[in-house]
Design a binder for this molecule. Structure first.
Ligand SMILES: CC(C)(COP(=O)(O)OP(=O)(O)OC[C@H]1O[C@@H](n2cnc3c(N)ncnc32)[C@H](O)[C@@H]1OP(=O)(O)O)[C@@H](O)C(=O)NCCC(=O)NCCS
Length: 350
């Protein structure tokens, strides 16, 4: 193991960032926050609208219920509420935020960015704000983008948000997809903390050759909204092949997790809490088994919220912190997978 070049940092593990960016500085998560809408939709509801059962959904996915936003509640509303909670816990004021990065596949509208709408809602007037789109992998992609600005000393304080109102793009007549998704938002405040490693490393990947596996075909420049496109259901989330998506998720999540552990010279047993994308309990268990992670290391809340895409690991991280599963100094492993295809993993010293 090479000694860490930044003298003030503890040396129990390798910090790849300290090596490659030793002119820069580390980036930590100061605080997290999340918000889920009040309305709870249990599996039993779907028995009334499609040919399914609570038993099928529970055994195939692990999901028991999900949250559904109100009609007048948009993605930026959920995001702003999650952001406020993180801002308060970080003990900062909105005018201290330099950068807002918001990950979503359900923006309030195609433009302007939902990040700009959140900026206005929380009064972060000094911040530069923009959206990124990496589907369910969005929160890790957002953390990675924001931390680059902090490490390079371009900005001091960043707000990263994963937020979705997936109920607005779900086809409620398609049993293959409507049971899987929910609404919610999670947020993190990023800043340098002296003598802390923070975000140790992140690995991200994409494979556009399989873009058709999960997509929303309508509403963009290829297929603008017309009466015909609406009638053909082009403006709904489409999943071409659930089984293929399932298999791809396991391989990509396992590979990404192994890569970040390798970079930090960490063994899975040294990780206090593994927070995987909350899409399907069977995917999580398969990834954990391959990694050699014990059930007690896993953090799972998908039975309460379903798959909330970019918000998924952000909400789970907040739940884990607020419930005391993660303490300062613990090592946390985040693992994501989503449409694109996209995937990623990150190691954080909390
Ligand atoms: C969708 C998923 C739960 C299905 O599980 P599975 O083990 O692949 O399902 P199986 O192949 O055993 O069963 C498929 C059958 O169940 C049916 N089915 C699908 N949804 C159903 C539902 N809600 N209720 C009852 N039956 C359902 C299908 O129509 C299919 O029926 P058929 O065999 O008659 O065509 C699983 O593939 C999955 O989670 N895929 C990943 C989805 C995902 O997470 N996407 C987002 C990634 S970020």
């Amino acid at each position: 193991m090479r000694p860490n070049p930044v003298k003030s940092l503890p040396k129990q593990f390798n910090n790849p960032r300290a090596w490659h960016n030793f002119q820069g500085r580390t980036c930590s998560i100061l605080a997290v926050g999340s918000y889920v809408p009040e309305r709870v939709l249990a599996n039993a509801h779907f028995e009334k609208i499609v040919n399914t059962s609570d038993e099928w959904i529970t055994t195939r996915t692990g999901i028991k219920e999900r949250r559904i936003a109100a009609k007048n509640e948009s993605t930026s509303d959920l995001a702003a509420k999650a952001a406020w909670r993180a801002i308060k816990r970080a003990n900062i004021t909105p005018d201290q935020i330099d950068l807002i990065v918001l990950a979503t596949i359900t923006p309030d509208m195609p433009f302007p960015s939902t990040a700009c709408l959140v900026q206005e809602k929380i009064g972060a007037r000094r911040a530069v704000a923009f959206d990124i789109q990496a589907a369910c992998s969005g929160f890790i992609f957002g953390l990675e983008v924001a931390q680059q600005f902090i490490m390079s000393r371009t900005y001091d304080t960043a707000l990263v948000i994963g937020a979705e109102k997936l109920s607005s793009i779900v086809n409620w007549k398609d049993r293959n997809t409507c049971v899987l998704f929910g609404d919610g938002a999670g947020a993190a405040i990023l800043r340098h903390r002296p003598a802390a490693h923070g975000l140790l490393t992140a690995c991200m990947g994409s494979d556009g050759s399989r873009a058709d596996l999960l997509c929303m075909p309508g509403g963009g420049s290829r297929c603008p909204a017309t009466r015909e496109s609406l009638a053909a259901g082009m403006h709904y989330l489409h999943m071409k092949d659930g089984k293929e998506t399932f298999k791809s998720a396991i391989t990509a999540m396992y590979t990404a997790a192994k890569e970040v552990l390798r970079r930090c010279e960490l063994d899975i047993t040294q990780i206090k809490c593994v927070i995987p994308h909350q899409a399907n309990r069977r995917i999580i268990d398969a990834v954990a088994e391959r990694l050699g992670a014990r059930q007690e290391q896993l953090f799972i809340n998908l039975h309460k919220y379903g798959n909330t895409s970019a918000a998924s690991v952000a909400i789970a991280l907040d739940d884990a912190v607020q419930s005391g599963r993660i303490q300062r100094g613990d090592l946390v492993l985040l693992i994501v997978f989503g449409a694109g295809l996209t995937w990623g993993a990150a190691v954080i010293e909390w």
